[in-house]
Design a protein around this ligand. Structure first.
Ligand SMILES: O=C(O)[C@H](O)C(=O)CO
Ligand SMILES: [Mg+2]
Length: 274
């Protein structure tokens, strides 16, 4: 059966961060993704995961999102900062069950040469992959659509595949995020088959609105049945903005054991606000 994990920056945001883990577990999820978990000491995170029977599936290597950065992996002059960020991510990952690490390249402003930035990204990812391999950790590359990150180094799957092929490291994989693929390329099922050997993670979000399966133009029952036929047995991340309170929007997950927990006497569902 396909297995799904919510990204806690997107789902269960009605709740304080610390309550989202229990909420995810109560909805039947067995894993979560947390973009920047670093404020929480790794030992404490390991305990929260353990208490809730959850696996941490993916994290991002750190950078200053709030300052507008979208990674630093392809930015000239940031090599030492990049290496430091990878060391932090690897150390954290190794202590919380070795989640995959999504390494983002960054925005390539008009003053930068995109070809040189791509070369630099390859060099940096090669270094990071070798460091990650020592701990048995996988790095994830995710081309993101121009609608979300207009200046991002790469937007299309083939650009990610090119990097992965050039590096030829077993522990560098592609994230196939249905939202980005639909926005940028379309023909999602066909694209999935084409790049499948390179895919290490899948994320789902629909178009328009980046909401849950069942809301938009992507027909997820078909895509999920294709994934089943392919034998996909890794995680599928839920990276979407629920179209209503999170628990109320999990209907799509019923065939996979996901949904709002049945209220028991003495158990109140968390209060939601939008
Ligand atoms: O936006 C996305 O799809 C990425 O997966 C991400 O988490 C960085 O925002
Ligand atoms: Mg994504």
């Amino acid at each position: 059966m396909l297995k799904f994990d919510p990204n806690l920056r997107w789902l269960f945001t009605e709740l304080p961060m610390q309550e989202r883990y229990a909420a995810a577990a109560s909805a039947g999820f067995g894993g979560v993704e947390v973009a920047f978990p670093y404020a929480q000491p790794a030992a404490e995170m390991a305990r929260v995961l353990d208490d809730n029977g959850l696996e941490l599936v993916q994290i991002l290597s750190p950078f200053d999102w709030d300052a507008g950065e979208r990674g630093i992996g392809a930015l000239p002059g940031r090599r030492e900062a990049f290496r430091a960020s990878i060391r932090i991510a690897l150390d954290y990952s190794a202590r919380v069950g070795k989640p995959m690490i999504h390494v983002m390249p960054g925005n390539i402003g008009p003053d930068l040469d995109p070809v040189r930035c791509m070369e630099l990204f390859r060099e940096n990812i090669a270094w990071a992959a070798d460091a990650a391999a020592e701990d048995g950790i996988t790095l994830i590359l995710e081309p993101c659509c121009a609608a979300r990150f207009p200046d991002f180094l790469y937007h299309r799957l083939d650009e990610g595949v090119e990097v992965i092929r050039a590096l030829n490291r077993d522990n560098v994989k592609l994230c196939f995020d249905t939202f980005h693929v639909q926005m940028e390329e379309g023909a999602i099922a066909q694209r999935l088959h084409q790049v499948y050997p390179y895919v290490g993670h899948i994320q789902v979000g629909n178009v328009p609105g980046r909401h849950e399966p069942g809301t938009g133009e992507i027909h997820f029952p078909y895509l999920f049945s294709e994934l089943e036929k392919l034998g996909w047995d890794r995680w599928i991340g839920c990276e979407y903005t629920p179209s209503g309170p999170t628990f109320d929007t999990l209907g799509w997950g019923k065939p996979y054991g996901i949904g709002a927990p049945r209220p028991r006497s003495g158990f109140e569902l968390p209060h939601h606000s939008q």
